[in-house]
Design a protein around this ligand. Structure first.
Ligand code: NAP
Length: 490
């Protein structure tokens, strides 16, 4: 049932009360909680898989994979906070004899920001929803979480929320450290973002939605950060020599990435950029063959399907657009029809609409007359989650300057690979300059996702007994600390 505004208010007050005790729990206790969440999600067994399949039209293997990713990141954050060095402790000891002025003892570490609101994502019912990366990283940081369930998979969300609440009880967490609200329409989400106790927001979805919530958060008397992952078309640049030699292999790789999960990934390769010639012709021929064989798939919800059809229709009527290949089997209105089109670079450069995300199994090939034109297309590009370059080793080295431009544009650079498939690991960056996200300094995937929900605090001239354990002189937690200019453990 949809929450009332009164319930939103109560939830935030309860989250604030929970914060006052949760923030002081040890890493070990928070780790027990996160591990228990993973265990309880697994205990849901087939019921969770069937419910998620029914609500999202995603196949069983994908849901099972996503469940593994969800329990995996809960356990990853558990390990991180149990070990403890993530707080980035700095210790600068006093120098009472320093001339001309003495230096006092100064120590710094990260502390949780307070209650966090998380919007469940339509395209990841488990890994980016109720116990998704935003929730797990915020809980790991020491922040209570209120999830606004995505209405397209509310039963799945309820099941996962119950699992988290069981884990809370089993591990003796403060009441209401995790809460779960429903709300169709924007009222509940907006009230959550506006509430004075909310200190940060995690969001995955449309550019319109993410930007609206970001603006709302900035208009508050006390502005707060909104970490929104929104829109990316993940350009794939095909270098000429490789295109001439490996076009079949590249076309097959691209076709599977474009159609994977009915294209409903933020890392879908929506833009392919290459120089015209025999190589590109052959690649398009093979890609067309693969796309024709691909099957239309039922999309996550009718709104996403409607949006896909609307955006395809809009794109195909733009100047210079040519359909290169479309799935031979016709889908119904709930399905996404795989499609690849092309456009000459000058038309692409004139038309900003062509550089906007079409969420689904679609990719646009930009045909450039030479490398200079290819550079203009890249230089004019907006912020992205990823950029890929496909080329032979020596060729990529020759195009180092291209990589230099791409660093300005994307949060992850890929050589000889496609953007789909985001590994969850400490070195992953899943973020990028606007409009890919609202804050390119942070990642939504991997251990560094925790940094979104903390802030640094300096403790100056504190007696040892009043310092947090992470900063005490004896380093009782045996964490890595930057002490007087050196990294030390112990
Ligand atoms: P969405 O429309 O942005 O909605 C996501 C969540 O945010 C929902 O809970 C929605 O509430 C809420 N919301 C959106 N705008 C809001 C506003 N102005 N005020 C308060 N709450 C707001 O995304 P979606 O339903 O998941 O998918 C729609 C489109 O988003 C897709 O067709 C696709 O283009 C894009 N999308 C992109 C990605 C990506 O990773 N790049 C992922 C998913 C979707 P309600 O549901 O109550 O409306």
């Amino acid at each position: 049932m949809d929450a009332t505004l009164q319930e939103v208010n109560t939830a935030l007050h309860e989250a604030q009360v929970a914060f006052l005790s949760y923030k002081n729990l040890s890493g070990k206790k928070k780790a027990e909680f996160l591990n228990a969440i993973a265990d309880e999600i697994e205990t849901l067994g087939q019921e969770l898989v069937s419910t998620a399949m029914r609500e999202t039209n995603l196949p069983e293997a994908r849901i099972i994979g996503e469940r593994g990713r969800t329990t995996g990141h809960c356990r990853m954050f558990a390990k991180l906070v149990e070990e403890g060095s993530w707080v980035d402790a700095r210790v600068d000891t006093a120098q009472p004899d320093r001339q001309p002025l003495p230096k006092v003892d100064i120590r710094k570490m990260s502390v949780p920001v307070g209650p966090v609101v998380v919007f469940g994502a339509a395209n990841f019912p488990l890994a980016y929803s109720t116990a998704g990366g935003d929730t797990a990283s915020a809980l790991a940081a020491g922040c209570p979480v209120i999830v606004k369930a995505h209405p397209a998979h509310s039963d799945t969300s309820d099941l996962v929320a119950k699992a988290i609440q069981k884990a809370m009880k089993k591990t003796g967490m403060p009441n209401n450290v995790f809460q779960h609200l429903h709300g169709k329409g924007f009222e509940v989400g907006q009230a959550l973002v506006k509430h004075p106790h909310t200190k940060a927001v995690g969001f995955t979805g449309s550019l319109v939605g993410g930007k609206a919530l970001f603006d709302l958060a900035n208009q508050r008397p006390e502005p707060i950060p909104v970490f929104a992952e929104m829109s990316s078309i993940n350009p794939v640049i095909l270098l000429p020599e490789s295109l001439a030699k490996d076009c079949d292999k590249t076309a097959t790789l691209l076709a599977s990435s474009i159609t994977q999960g009915v294209g409903q990934f933020c890392t879908n390769p929506g833009l392919i950029i290459a120089v015209e010639g025999e190589g590109l012709k052959n690649l398009i021929a093979k890609l067309t063959e693969e796309i024709k064989k691909a099957l239309p798939g039922t999309m996550l919800h009718q709104g996403i399907a409607d949006n896909y059809h609307k955006r395809i229709a809009q794109t195909l009527t733009q100047q210079g657009i040519k359909i290169e290949g479309e799935a031979s089997e016709k889908g119904d209105t709930s399905q996404g029809q795989p499609l690849v089109a092309s456009v000459p670079a000058p038309e692409f450069l004139k038309n900003h609409l062509l550089a906007e995300e079409v969420f689904g199994p679609f990719s646009l090939i930009v045909k450039c007359k030479d490398l200079a034109e290819l550079h203009s297309v890249i230089n004019n590009g907006k912020g992205q989650l990823t950029s890929s370059v496909i080329g032979r080793d020596e060729e990529v080295t020759k195009h180092k300057n291209l990589l230099n431009i791409l660093i300005e544009k994307a949060g992850r650079l890929i050589i000889n690979g496609v953007p789909t498939g985001v590994e969850v690991c400490p070195s992953m960056n899943h973020g990028g300059p606007y409009p890919a996200t609202t804050d390119s300094r942070f990642t939504a995937v991997g251990t560094d996702a925790i940094k979104r929900f903390v802030r640094p605090v300096t403790f100056q001239n504190f007696p040892d007994s009043l310092l947090p354990d992470e900063l005490k002189e004896s380093n009782p937690l045996k964490i890595w600390r930057y002490r007087d200019g050196e990294w030390l453990k112990g």
